[in-house]
Design a protein around this ligand. Structure first.
Ligand code: PEP
Ligand code: MN
Length: 263
């Protein structure tokens, strides 16, 4: 179902009034993690002003160490919903466990499946049944073909609203946190009709690299960008090194507009 041999015309995924996979690049921006109402509302206002059309933010965080900040859980989803109502930006947030599906159904407009759950086939099927648009990230050790096969699990439950996300893979290269596989994204776009998002923040691992990776992704044909932005990155509870300030994000949006038309 996800393959190009099955469906030739590019799929457009609608999240509220936002169309992903059309002529315009869609930008989702917001904090790595929802930390407080004030932090989330501030950043939502700022990214909206700069031209983002979706608000991202993690409420359930998949942290490598169980002692790291795990996110605010359902309380975080409520904060996102409130920020969404204030700004009109639909919300994308990551689900870790299908048992939280009702909260996601209530508060979130697009459900993210993160890199670590990219092959959690039970969760994929459940998100197919939930019926919300899905942002499906590539696993750290998965090929593009495996990513498309993961999408198949969602599509076969009757949910065709899937956006694939290239977020970098593990390689021997140490100068970046992960290797953003732009070639893989370009090849993937020839294999599937589903739209592709690029997340330059997580592979960069440091904010100095985020602009260039974002621009390279757009130049290579990404339909969507996912960018981490925090009002005060230096005190962020997760991914402090890579989150952009609102000022830097605003500058990035100007640079993206120089390359492509942005929704
Ligand atoms: C995220 O987007 O917040 C995230 C945890 O990303 P990934 O699953 O790509 O690591
Ligand atoms: Mn993050």
């Amino acid at each position: 179902l996800a393959g190009n041999e099955w469906k030739k015309d590019p799929t457009k995924v609608n999240v509220g009034k936002v169309e992903i996979g059309g002529k315009k690049v869609v930008v989702a921006a917001g904090p790595c993690a929802v930390e407080s109402e004030e932090q989330t509302e501030t950043v939502a206002r700022e990214v909206k002003k700069a031209g983002a059309s979706l608000l991202r933010g993690g409420a359930y965080k998949p942290r490598t160490s169980p002692y790291s900040f795990q996110g605010l859980g359902e309380e975080g989803l409520k904060i996102l919903k409130k920020a969404s109502e204030q700004t009109g930006l639909p919300v994308v947030s990551e689900i870790l466990d299908a048992r939280d599906r009702d909260a996601f159904a209530r508060y979130v407009d697009m459900v993210q499946i993160g890199a670590r759950n990219s092959q959690n086939f039970t969760l994929l099927r459940e998100m197919g049944k939930l019926g919300k648009p899905v942002l499906l990230k590539r696993g750290l050790g998965n090929t593009v073909e495996e990513l498309i096969q993961s999408a198949e699990y969602i599509l076969m439950e009757g949910n065709g609203n899937v956006v694939l996300c290239e977020r970098g893979i593990r390689t021997f290269e140490k100068s970046t946190r992960f290797t953003l596989d732009i070639g893989g994204m370009v090849a993937g776009k020839l294999m599937t009709h589903l739209p592709f998002c690029a997340d330059p923040s997580h592979p960069a691992g440091k904010r100095e690299l985020v602009h260039s990776l974002a621009l390279a992704s757009v130049a290579a044909g990404a339909d969507m960008l996912l960018i981490e932005v925090h009002p005060k990155p230096e005190v962020a509870l997760s991914d402090s090194e890579q989150q952009l300030t609102p000022e830097s994000f605003s500058l990035l949006m100007e640079r993206v507009r120089g390359l492509a038309s942005v929704l």
